[in-house]
Ligand binder design. Structure first.
Ligand SMILES: [Mn+2]
Length: 232
């Protein structure tokens, strides 16, 4: 599990859900102009619902080897793992059939890819905590369950909560650490055009801007400056 750390990077960049929209993602990545002086955190959900799931997954598998990059697990990576390892049908009903088809095609020319992808997913952290400019930040895919305890400890959350929570997090969290999450497209909260949302009165940033929606985007937030970039 990721530990508290202080960073001296120029920017601390959080990237929202890609969901197989790799070309769209590359337009964002180029606009941001990521350099070795930046620290990047990817919030998960690299696959499912888009046209280029294996490309997105292969790209993040390489990128995550850099020591200034953290790639978290999303619920879609967990579903993919459960689908492949245990025939869990949940994945197939949530965009997994397209991803599985792409994996089979990839396996013809790259027979180790599926094994490497499974290893990659198994090793994904569920959250990443950092102290940035004297403030505590927590990055995770979905959030924490804050329904009863409004400032729960991230390390005491279950994998289920960190990967799947929605309104029990963003309608109830009252802690001082700032959370940066993906998972729930801001369109679900009526934000149009889709733009990263700093939840009113809470230390919560929601940066999943619904890549697979017709007018959807992929977004990146520099938590140090508050600057935002979006895909085409
Ligand atoms: Mn998700």
């Amino acid at each position: 599990m990721s530990e508290v750390m202080t960073v001296e990077y120029k920017r601390v960049l959080a990237f929202g859900d890609i969901h197989g929209h790799f070309s769209k993602f590359m337009t964002l990545y180029e606009k941001v102009g990521v350099t070795p002086e930046d620290f990047s955190i990817y919030l998960g959900d690299y696959v499912d619902r888009g046209p280029e799931n294996v490309k997105a997954l292969g790209w993040i598998m390489k990128e995550a080897k850099k020591n200034n990059v953290v790639a978290l697990k999303g619920n879609h990576e967990q579903m993919m793992l459960d689908g492949i390892m245990h025939n869990d049908i949940n994945w197939f009903f949530n965009g997994g059939l397209k991803t599985l088809g792409e994996l089979r095609v990839e396996a013809r020319s790259n027979p180790n890819f599926i094994t490497e992808a499974i290893e990659f997913i198994k090793n994904r952290p569920l959250y990443h905590r950092m102290t940035i400019d004297g403030r505590e930040y927590v990055f995770c895919h979905a959030g924490v369950n804050a329904y009863e305890d409004h400032d729960p400890k991230v390390e005491e959350q279950s994998e289920m909560q960190l990967l799947w929570t929605r309104e029990d997090f963003y309608n109830h969290y009252e802690g001082s650490a700032t959370y940066v999450v993906g998972h729930t497209p801001v369109q679900y909260l009526g934000v149009e055009p889709p733009y990263p949302l700093k939840v009113e009165g809470r230390n919560v940033w929601m940066i999943d801007t619904g890549s697979y929606f017709e007018d959807g985007k992929i977004s990146c937030l520099d938590v140090r400056s508050g600057r935002i970039w979006q895909s085409d």
